[in-house]
Design a protein around this ligand. Structure first.
Ligand SMILES: Nc1ncnc2c1ncn2[C@@H]1O[C@H](COP(=O)(O)OP(=O)(O)OP(=O)(O)O)[C@@H](O)[C@H]1O
Ligand SMILES: [Mg+2]
Length: 568
């Protein structure tokens, strides 16, 4: 690119970032070491094309997401924020106009005013304060549960049958102990004949599922599953003054319980996906997610889970939902997800080690050609500065802009604990979700029928079944996975066209060694690896039936038997 004069460079940024529709102001452009009157913005229309906020520690990522969330709220857009360090509670306290802050905001052309924002605080799994978010096992469904437990296809089909059995016998699955009770019953002497009637479920497989359920418990999921179930429509609300509500999920123990967060996220995205209508590229998003410390979402997650996240992120765009990942380096986000993040706010990267240097080079390669020396910009950007490129209203990348960011109007850093507890205590949602309930369900019914407590034991012995290898990295794989999710969750044919099947293109969540036939809803699952025995015609028939029932069941989970929503 021919070297421009400073004025030409500034002008190209000014033009590149002037949009017709609503936009979030990120800051003012820095060119040749000076801040200029050239505002760098992100069009609301393009926020469903997702984004990445990255940068080394202390460079201003969390403040950037606070700034964006505030403005989205101002435009009436609800926002969901995962708050790991508790520093987003500052949204409930007006900012302090210090001299330094006033000088900064004036220099970037911001008309700063101290403000607070409408916030709801949530908690997960009984950790920390906040309105507790719970989901019932039945609404979570056997498919998602299998993804979380990393079950293979045989085990997944068995789990579907178990859900179906519980459904036909009116054994409600509210919490993990309900599901455990049903499986324990089926594997007990009393339930033996029922288990045999279920065809595709072997005692050994039921035992494996039972052990995996115990793992979920150990990861703190017991308190997530149960009633009253959270209505995800709560996240789509506006305050009486028309501002979007900021839903802040406090996650103080995320480091110890990453599975709890990923379980919740996948349920939330799937639920929103099935509930929201298609909107395509709307004027403004319906909801925007900011997932701070996003590496914790992906670290150690199973491939099946990563694949589900990738597909859901891809599909949820057309529902008007934007997802912004906030993390130290783009390397923290899996490649397939990264490729879908059109809006980039890259704070300074460190370049101390050879690995840092590689990451820097990789990051630079993802930016459009630019008049900046990106190497310098990405290593020298100051705190609260970032290198930005977003998607313009025509769907093309904007020119790269080294940006000095605007500042939040609420407090940077945490609010006082009493401010937060006051907001939680006075929230109308506390009346609805505050206290866990334990209505009569499978556990109680089976106990009553047996006249004794269902033994709360886990069968021992036997090896945990093989883990499911995930799909490959190709576009075809992602599309196949996306199609499968759409078809199985929504129970209707997918709108995503079939791409030419490459190797492993259709092996989503199938053991690699058994990939033989094309995966489609209603198709009989391929022969299982070890348990139960492979080429057994009776079993094959049973599995076909299981799969059909499974599809029906999923249809029920997310389609016809949709939960009644309050939608206030
Ligand atoms: N836009 C801004 N305006 C004013 N000050 C800012 C801005 N961005 C960052 N800062 C200052 O930098 C500090 C660190 O920012 P922040 O907490 O967002 O960093 P971070 O990248 O999220 O760090 P970590 O990786 O440790 O979470 C803030 O507390 C604030 O003082
Ligand atoms: Mg941070």
């Amino acid at each position: 690119m021919a070297k421009m004069t400073t004025e030409e460079h500034v002008q190209s940024i000014r033009e590149g970032y002037s949009f017709d529709g609503l936009a979030v102001h990120l800051g003012a452009a820095l060119v040749d070491g000076q801040v200029h009157h050239a505002q760098v913005r992100l069009p609301l229309r393009m926020m469903n094309r997702h984004g990445l906020v990255a940068g080394a520690t202390g460079t201003g990522k969390t403040i950037t997401l606070q700034l964006m969330a505030e403005q989205l709220s101002g435009h009436g857009v609800p926002v969901f924020l995962a708050d790991i360090k508790g520093d987003l509670t500052g949204l409930s306290t007006p900012g302090t106009p210090t001299e330094k802050l006033s000088a900064r905001t004036a220099s970037v052309g911001m008309d700063w005013q101290a403000k607070t924002f409408p916030v709801e605080y949530y908690s997960l799994g009984g950790d920390g304060q906040g309105i507790p978010i719970r989901a019932t096992v039945s609404s979570f469904g056997p498919l998602l549960l299998s993804r979380i437990m990393d079950l293979n296809e045989t085990q997944e089909s068995c789990l579907q049958l178990i859900f179906h059995y519980a459904d036909t016998k009116n054994l409600e699955l509210h919490d993990l102990k309900d599901l455990r009770a049903v499986i324990q019953y089926l594997t007990s002497d009393e339930g033996k004949s029922e288990l045999e009637g279920l065809g595709g479920v072997s005692k050994a497989t039921a035992g494996v599922i039972l052990r995996e359920l115990v793992t979920l418990q150990a990861q703190g999921l017991e308190a997530f599953f149960g009633e009253p179930e959270f209505d995800t429509a709560e996240l789509l609300r506006q305050a009486p003054d028309g501002r979007g509500i900021l839903s802040v999920l406090e996650l103080p123990t995320l480091m110890q319980k990453p599975l709890l967060f990923s379980t919740f996220m996948i349920w939330l995205l799937a639920d929103l996906f099935s509930e929201l209508p298609e909107v395509g590229d709307a004027e403004k998003p319906k909801l925007v997610f900011f997932l701070d410390e996003a590496h914790l979402l992906f670290n150690g997650a199973s491939k099946a889970f990563l694949s589900s996240i990738t597909s859901t992120v891809r599909l949820i765009r057309s529902k008007g939902v934007g997802v912004f990942f906030v993390t130290q380096t783009p390397k923290d986000v899996p490649g397939e997800v990264l490729g879908q993040l059109a809006n980039r706010v890259q704070h300074a990267l460190r370049a101390f080690t050879p690995d840092d240097a590689k990451a820097l080079k990789a990051t630079i390669s993802t930016f459009p050609t630019s008049n900046y020396d990106l190497d310098a910009a990405l290593t020298q950007a100051g705190t609260g500065e970032a290198v930005v490129t977003v998607m313009n209203e025509k769907g093309a990348p904007t020119p790269v802009a080294w940006t000095r960011m605007w500042s939040p109007e609420s407090t940077m850093g945490p609010s006082k604990p009493e401010v937060v507890s006051g907001i939680i205590g006075s929230s109308a949602l506390m009346q609805v979700y505050g206290t866990a309930t334990d209505r009569e369900s499978a556990y109680e019914k089976l106990n009553a029928a047996a006249g004794t407590a269902v033994p709360d034991q886990v069968p021992t012995g036997g090896s945990v079944a093989a883990r499911v290898p995930g799909p490959g990295q190709s576009q075809a794989d992602i599309d196949a996975a996306a199609r499968q999710i759409e078809e199985s969750i929504l129970g209707r044919p997918s709108s995503i066209p079939h791409s030419a099947p490459g190797p492993g293109a259709n092996d989503y969540a199938m053991p690699e060694s058994t990939v033989a036939t094309k995966k489609a809803p209603g198709r009989a699952p391929s022969a299982p690896t070890s348990d139960p025995k492979p080429d057994n015609p009776m079993l094959d028939m049973a599995m076909q039936a299981a799969n059909m029932i499974g599809s029906e069941l999923l249809r029920g989970m997310f389609g016809t038997k949709r939960r009644r929503r309050r939608r206030r």
